[in-house]
Design a protein around this ligand. Sequence first.
Ligand code: C2E
Ligand code: CA
Ligand code: CA
Ligand code: CA
Length: 279
Amino acid sequence: AKDKGRNSFQFYTADMNLAVEQRLTIERELRQALRFGQFELYYQPLIDLGTEKIVGAEALVRWNHPVHGMVSPADFIPAAEESGLIVPLGKWVLKTACYQAKGIQKALARDFKISVNLSARQLNEPDFITTLERCLRETGLAAASLELEVTESTLMVDAENVIPRLEQLRQKGCSLAIDDFGTGYSSLSYLKRLPINSLKVDRSFVKDLPEDEEDRAITSLIVAMANSLHYKVVVEGVETKEQHEFLSGCGCHYGQGFLYSRPLPADHFIALLFADDND
Ligand code: C2E
Ligand code: CA
Ligand code: CA
Ligand code: CA
């Protein structure tokens, strides 16, 4: 069993003993990864669909594993959340993203916004606001340059505690986005109570555009609703020119996806940003 776990690096399996064993292995490895600096942030540009310029980026964590190479977050974020290691990892992500965003702003001499994903565990940490304030102070990044992304499911877990927490974040001057919008079960009346700035429309609605009639109806409705509620709307997973055309045609202002760029290591992202600035 041990050998199999080592070779395939599969964290999920039907075999319970194996699953527990693998979970312990990954927890131990995650702890080491934090200690030895094996995490890296990739950046995916956020595009203004009108000008097709880069207006910001989303920080996406990768694990540069000594044996398995670059591991995608889908393969370790669940274990990090379950073990609580998402808290120190999330702090590292926040600090690194703010630090790099500040560096980019200095070099660009214009506004640049960074988006960071937050997990429910992080948001519910009693000292989260203090951590955030310290991070902004130490990196010199303005709160207005930071957008925090939380998923609908995070918001639904403990709404009574989450809403005041989000309000505190807003008072600090950070922006808030609902991530994977449309995949959870938040009602419109609930949405109205949330102190949010942006909606990020989940990729599942975009992948069959522009052919799929229902997806056309759903995305244009979400975009129209978001626009009239004065939320910024970002569509995720834009992969084709046709999707881009459809989305800009229905009033969507921002997009993210492989059509514009895959998530890139910091140095590549910065090179892209400078090239983008000069044309
Ligand atoms: P997400 O926040 O929804 O991030 C967008 C994901 O979609 C990224 O996957 C990105 O690479 C992918 N993507 C972007 N454009 C396209 C496209 O055009 N087509 C397709 N097929 N995919 C696209 P990634 O980097 O593997 O991240 C997966 C998830 O892991 C993220 O989903 C987020 O929920 C989580 N995650 C990543 N970094 C962090 C982090 O620092 N903290 C926390 N809590 N979660 C993170
Ligand atoms: Ca996100
Ligand atoms: Ca998303
Ligand atoms: Ca359909």
